[in-house]
Design a protein around this ligand. Structure first.
Ligand code: PEP
Ligand code: MG
Length: 876
């Protein structure tokens, strides 16, 4: 018999796969002797099994559930039917990887028409008892019977209005009783069945609903976004209720052991007195700062502070802790590693190392690669901010960033407008898990309710998205699609605003931005990452701005200069076209000589910025037709520029037209047919190197021949280029060091890597073309079907974004092993998109590859990924 349920004292933190994060940590807290209400966890295996079998809870789960309830009663004396020791429980989901707010929760389960009276008598507080009951009716109706929450909310609000109550707390016990009765009517009308009075039936149906919620749309979207597998299921935690809503000496809250926005080492939290469970997270009431608890309940505050320190030291990471106070007694309901901004992640990791709590290797694995990329985003320009019209400065800086976009008022609208290519800012009174796709589509999220731990804040921080919450001085009217703001003005849908997530401020219109500045902790963290990493990181860049950015991020050189990017300036394009359309060698050389002058200038700038760091220049690669005009208008203009007839130009364009240009006359094939092309480029490269040498600047040119698939292609071109360089050296009466290597982009090149390695100084894997040619998927057209492939699990991941281990990865492995066997000093890198992808880097780190190369803004993420890969390798 498989054990499908574990009491909290049977588990521990290492059992996350089986008990989910919440269950494993509740068990761990119990083991540490912390005040955790009693309970048990139904395993993820039971969930996976249920989702496979469908329909009903298995007899096995039911029987083990029965045993655990009996054991629970024996331990505590409490049961669903006891007169004096009534048992009420919460039912909460908890997957291995936390998915805040994505799945469902039910509180106060066990109440029915009879038990609510028992609770009222026992607590001598009928108002409290009926408040619990109406909450159960709402949650159970929504989660288990699919009765939309709005039906309950609408009635609740109408009731308050009719009785002129301002807040929920004003409703009397009698009133709540009446509301409960009306809610039961809503069940019949919209759920088509009554609320079940049998607590065991409530429990079994709730467990099923939580299992099912694993597959709801928002959970699926969240998993896709966060690369969480769809087949690991959720555990379900059944826990005795403690009541934060049982009076003014009770409350509920959420706290982080350090500030999750800045990383500052200071307890950071919020709570509400006389409130239950989700009130804080849902952002319906604006909570109080945890420091205020010191005045209201000093003992509880001190106990809580001690517990948070103990948990952080135990878990060696920032903890996100949920707690409830019942009549002055503290209970812990959850602890988990807290979600944090990238800035906080870096600061916390560096501080924890400095405090001696973790090693540098542990520190690098604590920070998410994706989140580090958000740190590189720009901020608003100080002076521009001073000039800008303020909409509000009352908001909370929930998640940093500087975003500008059109105001929208619903998640659906955000999605539609974003799909149309607009940048949008989603403004809502508060967000709920249903809004997840709209939040993804938005540049920033603004809410008027809720605090720093509200749904909007937590989810936005997790996404690295700019967010301002609790912006209480603006009033959002989602029906009329307007926002009233303090100076009396109004915003309408489509108006442009700017959101400063680091300050919590909103401004009218667009504001200029500046690039991010880095903290000392960031520098320190990146330095540790480099110390730990084995693979080096270079950049793919050719413009001065990009090269400067990449070197600021500590790239170790340039892994790919795409020379074709230098041919698109207006004057160069004319000469390039002259070269392509020339009818004989002399005409071609004449055009190339003009281009050479430009190329020398470009290369000088590049090598100067590289100042001695290795720099790979790839010789011309794309099919030539990419440089030719296509519209009638452009053809007429070019014919005029080149002094040829339009008819002649059209004929030449037609001659150059290819059925499969990506498989056609491109890469090294261009130079096999027109050797003068690469000769010109190499002359330009080496001339610039000699010129700089005269200025005392050294260069490390690495000349790369693209798209080779036979050794003869490479040797033919190499001997031509070496002889060109020798001629130049003779003219200059000087020598410089250079390397000549190839790009490995075709499956055949991988398979003959040993032969190529005997001729090459270096290899660089062009994984974009290699993936295209291995799968036979056009890299330009795959967008039309890859999504369908990944959605239907035909492919797990897009192979153009993450390395396909079995196919492309295997070809790379064969090539690397065979190449290093015959030429142990050959330098090997990866310069396709995969060079900047963290998951792919994990695999590259296991192969005998020397460096990866990616676009400048991906360099810090790639450095971190290389460090993480190495730290994980050394762990094994
Ligand atoms: C590649 O093919 O991976 C590559 C880097 O070259 P390009 O993208 O320019 O074809
Ligand atoms: Mg390529």
């Amino acid at each position: 018999m498989t054990k499908l349920i574990y009491a909290f004292d049977e588990g521990q933190k290492s059992m996350k796969d089986l008990l989910g994060g919440k269950g494993a940590n509740l068990s761990e807290m119990k083991r540490l002797g912390l005040p955790v209400p009693d309970g048990f966890t139904i395993t993820t295996e039971a969930c996976i099994d249920y989702l496979k079998q469908g329909e009903h809870l298995s007899d096995e789960v039911k029987s083990q559930l029965h045993d655990h309830l009996t054991a629970f009663s024996n331990r505590t004396g409490k049961s669903f039917s006891s007169q004096d020791h009534l048992l009420l429980v919460s039912v909460r989901s908890g997957a291995k990887i936390s998915m805040p707010g994505m799945m469902d929760t039910i509180l106060n389960l066990g109440l029915n028409d009879e038990n609510v009276e028992k609770l009222a008598t026992k607590t001598d507080d009928a108002r409290f008892a009926y408040d619990c009951y109406r909450r159960l009716l709402q949650m159970f109706g929504d989660v288990v019977y699919g009765v939309p929450m709005t039906h309950f909310d609408t009635y609740f609000e109408q009731y308050k209005k009719a009785h002129q109550y301002n807040s929920d707390a004003d409703i009397t016990a009698e009133g709540l009783k009446e509301i409960c009765e009306q809610y039961k009517g809503i069940y019949l009308e919209h759920g088509h069945k009554p609320f079940p009075q049998d607590p065991l039936q409530q429990l079994e149906e709730s467990i099923e609903a939580v299992f099912k919620s694993w597959d709801n749309d928002r959970a699926r979207v969240y998993r896709d976004l966060n690369d969480i597998p769809h087949d690991i299921g959720t555990a379900v935690n059944i826990q005795e209720m403690v009541f934060g809503n049982s009076g003014e000496r009770s409350g509920t809250g959420v706290a982080f052991t350090r500030n999750p926005v800045t990383g500052e080492n200071q307890l950071f939290g919020e709570y509400l007195l006389n409130a239950q469970g989700e009130d804080v997270v849902a952002g319906i009431r604006t909570p109080k700062d945890i420091d205020t608890l010191k005045e209201q309940m000093p003992d509880v505050h001190q106990q809580f502070v001690n517990v948070t320190k103990q948990l952080e030291t135990h878990y060696k990471d920032l903890q996100d802790i949920e707690f409830t106070i019942e009549n002055g007694r503290l209970y812990l309901l959850q602890t988990r590693n807290g979600k944090r901004t990238a800035r906080a992640a870096i600061k916390v990791a560096v501080d924890l190392v400095n405090e001696g709590l973790i090693t540098k290797e542990e520190a690098v694995t604590q920070v998410d690669v994706k989140s580090i990329e958000t740190l590189l985003h720009p901020n608003f320009k100080e002076e521009a901010l001073k000039q800008a019209t303020v909409i509000s400065k009352m908001g909370l800086p929930a998640s940093p960033g500087a975003a500008t976009g059109k105001v929208v008022f619903s998640a659906e609208e955000a999605k539609v407008q974003a799909e149309n290519g607009d940048s949008v800012i989603l403004m809502r009174p508060e967000t709920s898990p249903e809004d997840i796709e709209g939040m993804v589509a938005s540049e920033a999220i603004v809410t008027t309710h809720g605090g720093m731990t509200s749904h909007a804040a937590v989810v936005a921080r997790g996404m690295g998205k700019c967010c301002v919450t609790g912006c209480s001085d603006v009033e959002i009217d989602t029906v009329n699609k307007t926002v009233h703001y303090p100076n009396g003005d109004m915003l309408h849908e489509g108006d442009i605003i700017s959101v400063d997530g680091s300050a919590g401020d909103l401004y009218l219109g667009e504001i200029e931005t500046v690039s991010a500045e880095h903290s000392d902790e960031f520098e320190q963290f990146m330095q540790w990452s480099e110390e730990i990493a084995r693979l080096q990181v270079r950049m793919n860049a050719e413009t001065p701005q990009d090269i400067q950015a990449g070197y600021q991020f500590n790239a170790k050189g340039i892994g790919l200069v795409r020379t074709e990017h230098m041919f698109f300036g207006a004057e160069r394009l004319v000469e390039m076209r002259r070269f392509i359309l020339a009818s004989n060698y002399d005409e071609r050389v004449e055009a190339l000589n003009k281009i050479k002058t430009y190329q020398i200038e470009d290369f000088e700038a590049i090598f100067k910025l590289s100042s001695g760091r290795p720099t790979i220049v790839r010789l011309l690669d794309p099919p030539l037709h990419e440089f030719l005009p296509s519209t009638e208008e452009d053809i007429a203009m070019v014919a005029d520029q080149l002094n040829v007839s339009t008819a002649h130009l059209k004929r030449r364009i037609n001659d150059l037209n290819e059925v499969n240009p990506m498989l056609g006359h491109r890469g090294c094939r261009l130079a096999i047919t027109y050797p003068e092309l690469y000769e010109m480029q190499v002359e330009a490269i080496m001339t610039s190197v000699f010129n700089l040498k005269k200025e005392g600047i050294t260069s490390q040119p690495e000349i790369m021949i693209p798209l080779v698939s036979t050794v003869e292609e490479f040797t033919t071109l190499k001997s031509q280029l070496v002889s060109t360089i020798q001629d130049l050296e003779n003219d200059m009466k000087d020598k410089v060091h250079y390397l000549i290597g190839t790009m490995i982009e075709t499956p055949r090149a991988c398979l003959i890597a040993d032969q190529l390695a005997q001729q090459c100084d270096f290899f660089s894997f062009g994984t974009n073309d290699l993936t295209q040619l291995t799968y036979g998927f056009s890299r330009d057209d795959a967008g039309k079907f890859i999504n369908v492939y990944t959605e239907s699990n035909i492919l797990q991941l897009d192979p153009f974004q993450t390395l396909d281990h079995d196919g492309v990865g295997q070809l790379i492995e064969i090539a690397v092993t065979n190449a290093k066997r015959v030429n142990s000093s050959i330098k090997i890198g990866v310069c396709g998109e995969l060079g900047g992808d963290a998951k792919s880097i994990r695999r590259f780190n296991q192969l005998d590859i020397d460096y990866v190369s990616c676009s400048p803004f991906r360099v810090p993420g790639a450095i971190l990924a290389t460090a993480q890969s190495q730290a994980e390798e050394s762990e094994r």
